[in-house]
Design a protein. Sequence first.
Length: 112
Amino acid sequence: MTLRHPALLAKMASNVDILSNGRVILGAGAGWNRPEFTTLGLAFEERGRRFAKMREAVEIVKLLWTSDGEVNYEGTYYHLNGAHLAPKPLSKPHPPIWFGGFSDMILDAIAS
């Protein structure tokens, strides 16, 4: 979730959901493999910050998938101003989101 901007991720997943006739499942995680970040020129931030970014990203993806109008979002890490997503995914209310991991932070994110 933290390797791409959540609006771009929402768009990519929506398109794949349409192309696959509603079969996409979004995998969510905070990232653990330093080279995945550094090879893209991204900072490998401390664990708590990566988890906080993941939580915001999930919120944004769900908002873009389910909102009919413009989406405004003012988070700690991400900001949207009049964003919209079209076409929407076929899966309703939105594609499933599966979280990877077993840490307390992931379990807390799943529960909220």
